[in-house]
Design a protein around this ligand. Structure first.
Ligand SMILES: CC(C)(COP(=O)(O)OP(=O)(O)OC[C@H]1O[C@@H](n2cnc3c(N)ncnc32)[C@H](O)[C@@H]1OP(=O)(O)O)[C@@H](O)C(=O)NCCC(=O)NCCS
Length: 145
């Protein structure tokens, strides 16, 4: 897998991958498209895609709020899972965080997503059981996380 920064021609393939991974329903498609285009204008070097045989097979998005990094939108194409691609693309993002001096990162996982929890724990991420996640949607939209 070749890992690189997202390019404008990748948008549809990225949306298709997120849909396949259950991360973007029809109702959130517009929001996701907007998230991609906005992210491409800021810290786009932290928005990575993995390419194999001219297909986008993995994505991960890093953000930085000036204090810590955050990891979002990790997805690997279903027929490519359990081959280390998730690990590879997260490692590349971690290196890019480190190059910027970002040494603390956080992420959210849906409670029912046990396989992702195993994935993160195996990479050394620790569950913060003493933190509760609060959300207020001023526009009543669904948060894709
Ligand atoms: C989570 C996800 C990105 C993992 O990608 P992947 O390429 O399969 O992960 P890797 O092959 O690098 O796996 C690394 C390790 O994580 C663990 N792991 C990964 N998927 C797992 C699963 N389904 N069940 C149990 N452990 C799993 C294993 O320990 C694995 O090592 P091993 O295969 O040697 O046992 C992928 O399953 C996915 O896209 N899921 C749908 C979207 C999603 O849930 N994203 C995460 C949002 S937080």
């Amino acid at each position: 897998m070749f890992i690189r920064q997202i390019e404008s021609g990748d948008v549809e393939a990225v949306l298709a991958l997120w849909a396949e991974a259950g991360m973007t329903g029809d109702a959130q498609l517009g929001d996701s498209r907007q998230e991609i285009t906005e992210k491409m204008t800021r810290d786009s070097d932290l928005f990575l895609v993995g390419e194999a045989n001219k297909r986008i097979v993995a994505t991960v998005m890093g953000t930085y709020d000036g204090h810590r990094g955050r990891i979002k939108r990790l997805a690997v194409k279903s027929d490519c899972r359990r081959s280390g691609l998730g690990h590879q693309i997260v490692s590349e993002l971690e290196s890019r965080f480190a190059e910027r001096g970002i040494s603390r990162v956080r992420l959210e996982v849906w409670a029912e997503n046990k396989s992702a929890q195993t994935f993160w724990e195996n990479l050394g991420y620790q569950l913060q059981s003493d933190i509760r996640y609060y959300l207020r949607n001023f526009d009543q939209s669904v948060d894709p996380c």
